[in-house]
Design a protein around this ligand. Structure first.
Ligand SMILES: Nc1ncnc2c1ncn2[C@@H]1O[C@H](COP(=O)(O)OP(=O)(O)OP(=O)(O)O)[C@@H](O)[C@H]1O
Ligand SMILES: [Mg+2]
Length: 498
């Protein structure tokens, strides 16, 4: 092993894309064997910093030493010694779980001892399933497992807990600690502040600059002050009223159940992903569909949008059978998929224009709505950017914007806030709550339990089945818990043990 004290040393590093400065005069030392959290608003430069450190982006000013190597010259050596989990699944969707692990082992010349990893990720029963057919959170776990292979000297995790359920999230850090040796340094980027608070050392990025680096506890020595300070450092809430809801018009109707799922079921081969799922969402109701990774939430969303055909059962929107009259149903529906599903080769503006066109907005409405969305979601700065190049949090904003463009009466939001920074998450919910007040019905899922309490009703899902359906406060009472996070964990553990 090479001898060095710091896993990372950065001096006066500046990175530009064209003429835009994305990282500005970065100076940094990361001691061997330390675990640090990297935090910052959407677009603050976290991913760019990570990619620069391991030589994936070489064109920078200043000096970087990673594992005592120069990333401009020794990229391959660095990559070999590093476990890197990119923000979005970097694996092969058309290979199975086990084939992905095997391939990574070969690339890393690592031993093929997957048992602990498969156990933790609960992927063992699905080891022969194509990675492309895993749920969002299961993919994250597989990505992490691959990054952990081969005893890396440096482990870089770019938002590893995005989309990972609350129960598994707690186990994530334990697993990482268990799998690495004492000299391995870990850089853990996260939009969960409670997670960042677990680490001794933090780096806070803002608009490409390091605005804090040091002991996490010096920001705040209890979690609440820490969260308040970080939000303040990131510029604070804008506390605007929701302009989206202000000019929004929904159609008149007198449906008791605006959204109705009637015994929805889905089988993939012999595997039952959703079993007999029924629920009714009233006008202006926010209905949360919560559950661990692989519970069947996205499958339910997809059946309700007529993107996949139920094996049994039916979905209705405003009384319209979604399968028989999908075009009509979709006119009343805004769907934000878990996986970014806009046109990645088109710009932000082109995507908005496209969806406005599909939903038949008049040119005056189109101009007005697009202007509003660009402004409200801070997308103006990325107006002409190809969407594949947007920071994750901005992709999410654009997806929500496109789902809202035709002012639908029903919104389906599949993890809308995954990868979105803490300030924007609050603002997303400000929009959602304001829209519900004017009568929009919302079906939403999230793994952030602080968001779950904004729902009027929650259906808790486990192994494709509803195990509880109630108001958040009632669920907390039933589970003998202090808050939603604890309620989720208690109820899921109970179902697991049954
Ligand atoms: N096309 C498919 N073929 C086989 N299995 C599938 C397919 N699509 C989904 N599944 C399986 O169905 C189960 C439910 O997946 P789904 O995506 O609905 O979960 P989820 O509750 O949304 O999870 P997450 O919180 O991770 O997003 C998973 O075990 C998944 O692997
Ligand atoms: Mg899902």
């Amino acid at each position: 092993m090479t001898q060095y004290l710091n896993s990372i040393e950065v001096q006066n590093m500046t990175k530009k894309f064209d003429s835009k400065v994305v990282l500005n005069d970065i100076n940094l030392e990361i001691k061997k064997g330390s675990i640090i959290s990297l935090i910052g608003a959407d677009g603050s430069g976290k991913t760019t910093l990570i990619r620069t450190l391991i030589g994936l982006l070489c064109n920078f000013e200043g000096k970087i030493l990673t594992l005592n190597l120069d990333p401009k010259k020794d990229k391959n050596k660095i990559v070999q010694k590093t476990g890197y989990m990119p923000q979005r699944f970097g694996l092969y969707e058309d290979l199975t779980v086990i084939e992905n692990l095997n391939l990574y082992c070969e690339l890393k010349e690592a031993s093929k001892n997957f048992d602990t990893l498969l156990d933790f990720t609960t992927l063992k029963p699905f080891k022969d399933r194509l990675a492309g057919n895993l749920s969002g959170g299961m993919k994250q776990k597989l990505g992490l497992a691959c990054a952990l292979l081969g005893n890396p000297e440096l482990l870089i995790l770019d938002e590893p807990s995005n989309g990972v359920d609350p129960l598994s999230r707690i186990e994530l850090l334990e697993l990482v600690k268990k799998m690495i040796n004492k000299d391995t340094s870990v850089i853990w980027s996260s939009s969960y502040l409670d997670e960042a608070y677990n680490f001794d050392y933090s780096i806070l990025l803002d608009k490409g600059k390091i605005i804090f680096k040091g002991d996490t506890k010096t920001i705040g020595n209890d979690y609440e002050t820490f969260e308040t300070k970080v939000i303040e450092l990131m510029g604070g809430y804008r506390q605007k009223e929701s302009l989206i809801a202000k000019n929004y018009h929904i159609i008149d109707h007198n449906q008791e159940c605006v959204v109705l799922a009637d015994k929805l079921s889905k089988k993939f081969g012999d595997f039952e992903a959703v079993k007999n799922n029924s629920f009714c969402i009233k006008k202006g109701e926010i209905f949360g569909l919560l559950g661990p990774n692989g519970a069947g939430k996205s499958t339910t969303f997809k059946m309700m949008c007529a993107l996949i055909k139920p094996s049994f059962g039916k979905g209705y929107i405003l009384g319209i059978d979604v399968e028989k009259k999908s075009t009509l149903a979709r006119k009343n529906l805004g769907y934000m998929a878990q996986k970014f599903s806009l046109y990645s080769k088109l710009s932000t503006l082109d995507n908005l224009e496209f969806f406005a066109g599909v939903y038949g907005l008049s040119s005056a409405d189109k101009r007005k709505r697009i202007k509003e969305i660009l402004e409200i979601f801070d997308l103006e700065q990325y107006k002409n950017t190809i969407t594949s190049l947007l920071p994750l949090g901005f992709k999410q904003r654009l997806s929500l914007g496109c789902a809202l463009i035709h002012q639908p009466s029903v919104l389906f939001l599949d993890e809308p806030t995954s990868g979105v920074d803490v300030i924007q998450r609050r603002e997303f919910w400000n929009h959602i709550k304001s829209l519900s007040k004017i009568g929009v019905s919302v079906l939403v899922t999230t793994h952030f339990m602080d968001e779950a309490r904004f729902c009027d009703n929650i259906s808790l899902f486990y192994n494709g089945e509803i195990i509880a359906l109630d108001k958040p406060d009632e669920l907390i009472k039933k589970a003998n818990a202090k808050n939603m996070q604890e309620a989720f964990i208690n109820l899921i553990k109970k179902a697991k043990n049954r």
